[in-house]
Design a protein around this ligand. Structure first.
Ligand code: MN
Length: 442
């Protein structure tokens, strides 16, 4: 069976332009080839959150567009379940409904469309919108597919054996917490927790002083699987809805004290921030890359191995982390880049995460979120966390304005960005994923 989410069609054509002029500017994240989904409303209004699709610097307000007859009846009906502020019912319909809507919008938003005036009336500027988490996230699982991250962090704790023996066989993950996932713009108080310094004999409860970010992608599940059934690798991407940026904020001092023997707990579940726009698997189709294993690495077990996954299993998303400190904000300075990496380097693919997660019969549901794990590049300056960039807090980073950082300070805002670019295709982007650290509660 050939997985279809990687197929190209007219909606990927580089020469397609929109009558929304901002969508045609080269560096805009949301050209007509992207068409990502969010739940939005006008900023500060009491309007219900509702589904929208980004085009340039605008949002197509989908329910009014349906009401105005801009979409064929069958396509409009696929959005009926999204009137209660969440995309889950649409996500659960799977790929065919998503592609039908993508094609309808690609045509309606295209230059010369007869639907221009009716769709124009539904546009809301992104500058006057606010966002909600796009769906009810029933369960959140965070994987650990960044092998450079796993190696660098492992080295800090186990110089002789940085990668544990299971890493190249099992897509490692843990069950995280969904209730504290917020959307870009999220701010949170510095978490308190049990920590024990190297020279202390007993732990104390206090605000974390080794607060970190993690540069990750999140995979939203579309169609789920019944409890007891597994999803085969060749079918796995049919169960993926799309990707967001994910900042898995981490309290390293809490983590170091609590993580053995059952893994991350309170070090991770105080906040996680995602970007508002879900970039669909269809939009990512032009940016697929081969999935390869280094010479000498074990081949994945047969259930995690397949021709389609080998040929096109990876996704080439360029990633970036930026910081804006309180002092930078007050001085009017823009966020400063801390590092860059690519999702292409992940050791396990989206399909392998889905298949592994369900191999024991675990049921995924529409709206579930799978984190990729921190995506660091091979070079030290491509690290996706401060833990790595500062060698476990031993080596301070100097910012352009002279400030030093080992871990995050109160007032720091961290922004993740991602985009895909390939010759012969329009560049698409993910928008910003920003979160801010506030002082600990008294
Ligand atoms: Mn993580």
């Amino acid at each position: 069976m050939n997985p279809t989410p990687r197929q190209l069609d007219f909606s990927h054509d580089e020469t397609r332009r929109s009558w929304v002029a901002s969508a045609n500017t080269p560096q805009n994240d949301f050209p007509i080839q992207n068409l990502p989904f969010a739940m939005f409303r006008r900023t500060g209004s009491a309007e219900p959150f509702r589904p929208g699709v980004a085009i340039g610097d605008q949002i197509v307000d989908l329910l009014p567009a349906c009401a105005a007859g801009a979409l064929a009846a069958g396509v409009a009906a696929s959005l009926d379940g999204c009137r209660q502020g969440a995309l889950n019912d649409f996500m659960a319909l799977g790929r065919a409904a998503r592609v039908a809507l993508r094609h309808a919008l690609s045509e309606g938003l295209g230059e010369g469309s007869s639907l221009e005036s009716v769709l124009q009336a539904t546009l809301v500027p992104q500058a006057s919108a606010e966002y909600a988490v796009p769906c009810r996230i029933g369960d959140y699982t965070d994987f650990y597919t960044g092998i450079h991250h796993a190696t660098a962090v492992g080295k800090l704790f186990r110089p002789d054996e940085p990668l544990l023996p299971n890493y190249k066989w099992v897509p490692i993950g843990y069950h995280g917490r969904a209730s504290s996932i917020g959307v870009s713009g999220q701010s949170f108080a510095r978490p308190k927790g049990q920590t024990k310094g190297p020279n202390e004999t007993i732990p104390q409860l206090r605000p974390s002083h080794r607060l970190d970010y993690e540069l990750e992608l999140g995979v939203f599940i579309g169609q789920g699987n019944a409890l007891g059934n597994s999803i085969a690798l060749d079918d796995a991407e049919n169960h993926a809805f799309g990707l967001v940026l994910l900042n898995d904020w981490s309290a390293r001092d809490v983590q170091a004290w609590e993580y053995q023997p059952l893994g991350p707990f309170l070090a991770k579940n105080f906040a996680s921030t995602i970007s508002p726009w879900i970039v669909t698997m269809e939009a990512l189709a032009p940016f697929r890359s081969p999935f390869a294993r280094l010479e000498g690495d074990p081949r994945p077990l047969p259930y995690l191995e397949g021709a389609a996954n080998r040929e096109r299993g990876s996704i080439d998303v360029s990633l970036e982390v930026l910081i804006q400190t309180q002092a930078m904000r007050e001085a009017g300075l823009p966020p400063e880049c801390l590092s860059q990496s690519s999702y292409r380097d992940a050791y396990w693919t989206v399909a392998q995460m889905i298949t592994h997660h369900t191999v024991n019969g675990c049921n995924l549901q529409a709206g579930d979120l799978l984190g990729s794990g921190t995506q660091s590049g091979a070079q030290p300056d491509q690290a996706g966390s401060l833990l790595e960039l500062t060698a476990g807090g031993k080596k301070g980073l100097t910012l352009a304005n002279g400030e030093m950082r080992t871990f995050l300070e109160d007032g720091d805002a961290v922004t993740l960005r991602g985009h895909c670019a390939r010759s012969g295709f329009r560049r698409i982007g993910f928008g910003d994923c920003t979160g801010q650290v506030l002082p600990a509660r008294a």
